[in-house]
Design a protein around this ligand. Structure first.
Ligand code: HEC
Length: 210
């Protein structure tokens, strides 16, 4: 009697903990199922996360190479963080142009900041991408997307083409979402007052003086 009582208590104990385990497994399975289901749905990022992602895309897209002035010291070349993405620094001294650069098969030159370039097409200076009047203030995501997809200045259908070396063709196939993410980051940075001249043909480039 005593013995059978112990056994039944053990069985009860066993089945109780088994049921508890099964219950936990069931809950985990439901949770896992939900997580898996959500994987196929777009992840909603907070505004802060979008801007952080935009910053990464701008670095990866090498925008700083041409749009941020540089500082040189004994450790090498660095981005001038105080003028991040403000484009070619207006008034900075430009090297004398060797006019052979406008002939086919010659070198293409950059200035020390990599913000001004001369080549067969003439001379271009990288634009100010900060949200200042002299930069991208007033631009909308739609204008930015149209610019990157069309290769036309401000995305205007019959506008002038965006000149080399701006690599808009590298950006045109990005999904809208990524272009908007880049744009949102650019709109979030410090506005910097820096007017950048329009591109010049070879004759204008030869006579251009700051
Ligand atoms: C190799 C140099 C180079 C790189 C890299 C570069 N740019 Fe540019 N970008 C330029 C130059 C030069 C211009 C000016 C072209 C002109 O005035 O026609 C320009 C112009 C622009 C403009 C203005 C277009 C217009 O409507 O006139 C935008 C916006 C822009 N760049 C965004 C970017 C972004 C975003 C990146 C990175 C993903 C980037 N650029 C990378 C050189 C570069």
């Amino acid at each position: 009697m005593k013995c059978s009582f112990r056994i039944s208590r053990r069985i009860n104990k066993w089945s109780y903990s088994t049921m508890k385990m099964m219950y936990i497994v069931l809950i985990l399975a439901i949770v896992a199922g939900c997580v898996q289901k959500n994987e196929n749905q777009p992840v909603q990022l907070s505004e802060e996360q979008v801007i952080a992602r935009g910053k990464q895309l701008v670095s990866l897209g090498a925008c700083h190479d041409c749009h941020t002035p540089k500082i040189f010291d004994e450790t090498g070349m660095h981005l001038d963080e105080s003028r991040l993405l403000s484009g070619h620094p207006n008034g900075s001294k430009l090297p004398v142009i060797d006019e052979r650069v406008f002939q086919p098969g010659h070198w293409t030159y950059f200035n020390e900041h990599f913000t001004a370039a001369v080549g067969m097409w003439g001379m271009t200076m990288s634009k100010n991408l900060t949200p200042h009047e002299t930069g991208l203030k007033g631009w909308t995501p739609e204008v930015f997307i149209a610019t990157m997809r069309s290769g036309k200045h401000m995305g205007i259908e019959h506008g002038r083409p965006i000149m080399p070396p701006m690599p808009w063709e590298n950006l045109r196939d990005l999904p809208d979402e990524d272009l908007i993410t880049i744009f949102k980051y650019l709109q979030s940075i410090k506005p910097i007052d820096n007017y950048v001249p329009e591109p010049m043909n070879p004759a204008q480039a030869m006579t251009f003086k700051y």
